[in-house]
Design a protein around this ligand. Sequence first.
Ligand SMILES: Cc1ncc(COP(=O)(O)O)c(C=O)c1O
Length: 462
Amino acid sequence: MSQSARPPMDPAESTPEAAVRGVRIVTPIPGPKAREIVAADRRYLMTSTKAAPVAAESASGVWVRDVDGNRLLDFTSGVGVVNTGHCHPDVVRAIREQTGRLMHFAGTDFYYENQTRLARELTEITPGSFEKKVFFSNSGTETVEAALKIARFQRQRPITIGLLGAFHGRSTGALTVTSSKPVQRARYQAYAGGGHHIPAPNCFRCPYKLEYPSCDLYCAKVLKELYFETSIPPDDVAAFIAEPVLGEGGYIVPPKGWHQEILKIVKEHGILFIDDEVQAGIGRTGKWFAIEHHGVEPDILTSAKALGSGLPIGATVFRSELDYPKQGSHSNTFGGNVVAVAGALATLDVIRREDLLKNATVQGALLKRRLEELQVKHEVIGDVRGLGLMVATEFVTSRSDKTPAVALRDRILEEAHRRGLVLLPCGKSSIRYIPPLVVKAEEIDEGVEILDAAIGAARRGQ
Ligand SMILES: Cc1ncc(COP(=O)(O)O)c(C=O)c1O
């Protein structure tokens, strides 16, 4: 595989590349070097979840330079990870400094100060006016696994309930509650683990064909009125898990009051409520954690992805009284790795110092407004939804019958990539827009203009 002659973009020093503005396309995408990498990947890597032939060489802020020298606009944040922007200089500096001092010392067996500092900060910024504790791991899946284990250990009950369409990870434990696509569960017997599901609240496609608010939140009340009366014995349930905004399932925001109603029902039976903030947390929606929009306090909260700005770290934050009574019931080797923790502390610092919660709110409103303008122009946009900078459009063949336009959505993604806008799908026929929280108004405008052109090209090709 050929190596690029170009020196890598160093975000810690401001390079001429970082100062260049706008998308710049110098080869077809994928270019020759990207095609070589894709071919080698196909040969040597396990068949997995690749979404587009975009091969990155370096990145800064919202901009990615690919291996062929194209300058791309990233509206994916590396799947909701680089909320502080690619290679934020302060995060890079903190990681470099820590790497030179101490890289690993098994934080589950021994002690170092920055781990307790991060745990304390997380207990302070997570919702809930009660005492909390933290378990560190390396990924979103592991935070969910830990949450489910805490709930099962403490409640000694066999059932967990999740939402149809939700994604919580792919380990066999997390799969019992994941249900965003059949392919994620097929042949793993993921149904054996006491996992039950109820339909997710979805006002655009109400599973009960009702209208909000005259529905009186039946999508929440159904848990008590139907499931607890028929298939699920409530006193056998350890936990109810939900994302505050359904992520992989299509960026679906539950209606106002849904969380309150669910919390009321589960509390009646001592069922723990797990809030999975792996994708929606760390400022993405304009609040530290998206559940703050819904005004309830979870018993257990999971956070990963953006917590480390790119370094693998996950945190399960829970009521102190749910802690294990003695050591050994749950642990790992790399959880709370000292370098990942340094990255996470710097991440929280940058979000506070640069007021990124506010920027997510302001730019998120602009993004949504611009997408709503596109909706007026393009009949195929059935819905625009989201909170802060966690926004999606759902594509339909016509607004009246709302048939999901899956092939069209896939063509729009291809057309956008060819034009230098990196995007990811979600749900059956939606596209998510999750630029880093440092995004500026002119970058939102540029992204939406490219999207407009991509939709036009994809529709002409129909
Ligand atoms: C809500 C949610 N939970 C859990 C996970 C799993 O996280 P990871 O891929 O880091 O294991 C994801 C990943 O997309 C997610 O979106």
